[in-house]
Design a protein around this ligand. Structure first.
Ligand SMILES: NC(=O)c1ccc[n+]([C@@H]2O[C@H](COP(=O)([O-])OP(=O)(O)OC[C@H]3O[C@@H](n4cnc5c(N)ncnc54)[C@H](O)[C@@H]3O)[C@@H](O)[C@H]2O)c1
Length: 498
């Protein structure tokens, strides 16, 4: 048997590919290979499932025809390259088999044992698992060096990203060959070591879970947090809208797998996720989750705030005060104005406590040019908060009401995510460019975490993390040692490392 798998040092050619499981992902993956001109053998568990798989393939390519992206002749060619079967034995001469059956380790192990017996010795076996251990799957075969992860994103024909996962026993060069194959499919591969959640799910779900924890802590509302991340950071969706889209059950399960591996409290699913899932509120697919089928609310405090004098303190106060003066509000002094707006990126309670009327002070943190976080302290009156909410609308920003906590909402969510990316890079299982590409292509983010770090400034993020750590004492918020060292060394971008 050729255990080297390198075929005498030659590069493999992948011409015939098997796809096992033609559900949501498998049907799309089969289509991707067939579109690139490869012969595909699609395997399903039973004839009914096979017909459903055929239906997925026909419907998906049919949509492309309807949209004018594919001619009918091309559709026929693509479908003609796919052979459908319920027999794994038909994979005997496949060069590569991609598994896309349900995310249950026992199912995968049993399938890989069968594939190992049936497939030719040189065949590469790949799993599309989102969160299970590729190493654990590889270990069930007699060819662990030829087992990799090939993690497509949903919908596979459209999403450009493929995470190519190698394990500690993957043969040298194989991950590169799979990455080259992914390019041939028109995809952008990123190379990742075998850690739960790989790059995208690990970084994304941890951030989404953090948002759920902050919601449970009452830091801000669902709509406030969603608006903050969408408008303040430019993400395509807020965390709760995205959790509903992914499915709360899937999200909960991925968090459990992450926690199982890391035992990091940050990966422990927020209790609200478990509660919603247990209640059958799984997100969009069940008609309700964080959102009850409703659209993000428009809880607007309309009308002009009923205050006449406003004092504005802090950095940027003159400009903000001028905008309010233009709108007809009288400038006031901190001691006697109807409301006191303290522009600040840190909590304002200390300042409030020094005023004769601390109930009138509200913190304001401007985020980008669309959002203003409106921070109420334990002493702030609801009237003052409402007034400042109205003032923020008058200056053309979306107010996000929150508690007076370190880094308020956007930075409290963003900085730990960036810190996680630095730790991920530092632990050596994914590179900077790959992590950036994965988050851009896998999540539709406007920039990858390292691009965001460069734009925000390493020192700003490091200092923000220190403040978060001091406030919440969560070890995960302590700046990654690498980040701290870069700041100390005066390095401006992690890319500048030798
Ligand atoms: N759904 C996603 O968004 C997504 C994204 C990336 C990766 N994944 C991963 O892809 C895999 C498949 O997920 P999915 O959402 O497509 O699941 P799915 O339930 O839609 O499809 C699974 C298919 O596998 C078939 N199947 C089950 N056992 C089989 C067997 N022994 N032999 C042949 N076929 C069998 C089922 O009949 C079903 O059609 C999972 O590992 C999942 O984690 C899913």
């Amino acid at each position: 048997m050729d255990t080297s798998g390198r075929l005498g040092g030659m590069t493999r050619s992948f011409e015939k590919v098997g796809v096992v499981g033609l559900g949501t992902m498998g049907a799309g993956i089969a289509e991707v290979f067939a579109r690139a001109g490869l012969a595909v053998v699609g395997v399903e568990a039973d004839p009914d499932a096979l017909e459903r798989g055929r239906g997925h393939l026909e419907a998906s390519t049919g949509r492309a025809v309807a949209k004018g992206r594919l001619s009918e002749a091309e559709q026929a060619e693509i479908l003609g390259r796919v052979t459908l079967t319920t027999s794994l034995e038909d994979l005997a001469d496949a060069d590569l088999v991609v598994e896309a059956i349900p995310e249950v380790m026992d199912f995968k192990r049993s399938l890989f044992t069968d594939l190992d017996r049936i497939c030719k010795p040189s065949a590469v076996l790949a799993t599309n698992t989102s969160s299970l251990s590729v190493t654990g799957i590889a270990a069930t075969t007699t060819r662990p060096g030829q087992v990799v992860g090939m993690h497509f994103f949903n919908p596979a024909p459209i999403m450009k990203l493929v995470e190519v996962i190698h394990t500690v026993v993957t043969e040298d060069g194989l991950a590169d060959e799979i990455a080259a194959l992914a390019r041939r499919l028109g995809k952008t591969p990123v190379s990742v070591g075998d850690r739960a959640g790989f790059v995208v799910n690990r970084l994304l779900l941890t951030y989404l879970n953090h948002a759920a924890v902050l919601l449970e802590n009452g830091l801000a509302t669902r709509d406030g947090i969603d608006a903050a991340m969408r408008l303040g950071v430019g993400l395509p969706m807020g965390p709760f809208a995205l959790l509903d889209l992914i499915g709360l059950d899937t999200s909960y399960e991925v968090m459990c797998v992450l926690f199982q591996e890391s035992r990091d409290r940050r990966h422990a699913p927020a209790p609200i996720l478990r509660e919603l899932v247990t209640a059958g509120l799984l997100g969009r697919k069940s008609g309700g989750g964080f959102y009850d089928g409703d659209e993000p609310a428009s809880s607007r405090a309309d009308g002009k705030p009923s205050v006449s004098s406003v004092a504005v303190l802090g950095e940027g106060a003159d400009e903000f005060a001028a905008r309010l003066a233009d709108a007809g509000f009288k400038p006031g002094y901190a001691d006697d104005a109807d409301v006191v707006v303290a522009l600040s990126h840190t909590p304002v309670i200390e300042l409030a406590a020094q005023l004769p009327h601390p109930s009138r002070l509200v913190g304001l943190h401007l985020v980008g040019d669309k959002v203003a976080e409106v921070a109420s302290t334990v002493l702030t009156s609801p009237d003052a908060t409402r007034a400042v909410e109205g003032l923020v609308r008058i200056v053309g920003r979306t107010p996000v009401l929150c508690k007076d906590r370190a880094e308020f909402v956007v930075d409290a969510l963003l900085y730990p995510y960036l810190n996680d990316a630095v730790r991920m890079y530092d632990s050596g299982y994914a590179g900077i460019e790959d992590i950036d590409a994965a988050m851009r292509l896998g999540c539709g983010y406007p920039a990858g975490p390292f691009e965001m770090l460069d734009a925000l400034g390493l020192e700003t993020v490091r200092d923000g993390l220190r403040a978060l750590y001091a406030e919440y004492r969560d070890p995960a918020f302590a700046p990654a040692p690498l980040l701290d060292q870069l700041v100390t060394a005066g390095v401006r971008s992690i890319r500048d490392l030798p």
